[in-house]
Design a protein around this ligand. Structure first.
Ligand code: COA
Length: 257
């Protein structure tokens, strides 16, 4: 599929999706959100793809937010629709994807940019990254899951302060908060993400999908996380990967998933 606003690079088991609007600091307009939805869905359906990396093009920004020029004249119902559609198409979609998604945060991750990074399953940042949810400085609040995922990741007090102050934190502070797992230079960012992705890709993708569903159940009020884990654990005994994984262990060889 050809895209106007993103680049998709499938290599071996890892698909890298790059948001490619560097002149607009990769701001998420409607078209980019739709393209990202399609690219994530395709990668998730591709049996060869075992891990997805999402990043931004250029050296300045991961994503500097939702495209402010698109919603500046919206009314109340258009505002609600913007948030609902965005969450459905991209942010909740990514968070619930069964293929692991790593966000390589290579610069500004603001507003919708930080919300996209937080929807990914975990984050790695370059040392120039700056993160924040500055929406209240525009008279609006985060609408792509930011008020929910930030407190889940860093705790209520820190989330309250970051959102209320519309401030930005640097990469090291984000790491100390638990918002990103590692901080490296820009040159090291994608290589490190690919190294982690290769490690993940060696494991059972059906078991990883079950682990994602179970972990996510902890954050879904409609679900009982422990019950989900019990069911997913039981279901894994019926998979080919379980048979291969346990047989390979007993035969003292590496499993072929
Ligand atoms: N939506 C639309 N356009 C955006 C954007 C956004 N969220 N963020 C940046 N851009 C555009 C700018 O309008 C500018 O376009 P132009 O060259 O056509 O004027 C271009 O990207 C470069 O941005 P600029 O502001 O000139 O870069 P900077 O280095 O001076 O500042 C930021 C960088 C990130 C601090 C600044 O762009 C910014 O504050 N962006 C908005 C962040 C935000 O509030 N996001 C939440 C949105 S809900």
């Amino acid at each position: 599929m050809s895209y106007q606003n993103i680049l998709v690079d499938p290599q071996d088991a890892i698909t890298t999706i790059t948001i490619n609007r560097p002149k607009k600091l990769n701001a998420l307009n409607k078209e980019t959100i739709a393209e990202l939805h399609d690219a994530f869905a395709d990668a998730n359906d591709d049996a060869d793809c075992r891990v997805i990396i999402i990043t931004g093009s250029g050296e300045k920004a991961f994503v500097a937010g939702a495209d402010i020029s698109e919603f500046a004249d919206f009314d109340v119902s258009e505002g609600a629709e913007l948030a609902r559609k965005g969450q459905e198409l991209l942010f909740s979609f990514v968070a619930n994807l069964e293929t692991p998604v790593i966000a390589a945060v290579n610069g500004f991750a603001l507003g919708g940019g930080l919300e996209l990074a937080m929807a990914a399953h975990f984050r790695v940042a370059s040392d120039n990254a700056k993160m924040g949810l500055p929406e209240v400085s525009l008279g609006v609040i985060p609408g792509y899951g930011g008020t929910q995922r930030l407190p889940q990741l860093v705790g209520k007090g820190k989330a309250m302060e970051l959102i209320m102050s519309a401030g930005m934190i640097g990469a090291e502070e984000a790491k100390s908060w638990g918002l990103v797992n590692y901080v490296v230079t820009q040159e090291e960012l994608l290589p490190l993400c690919k190294k982690i992705a290769s490690k993940i890709a060696r494991n059972s993708s059906t078991a990883i999908a079950a682990a994602i569903r179970s972990i996510n159940a902890n954050f879904d009020k409609r679900k009982d996380g422990f019950e989900t884990e019990i069911n997913e654990f039981g279901m894994s005994f019926g998979t080919e990967d379980f048979e291969e994984g346990t047989t390979a262990f007993l035969e003292k060889r590496k499993p072929e998933f």
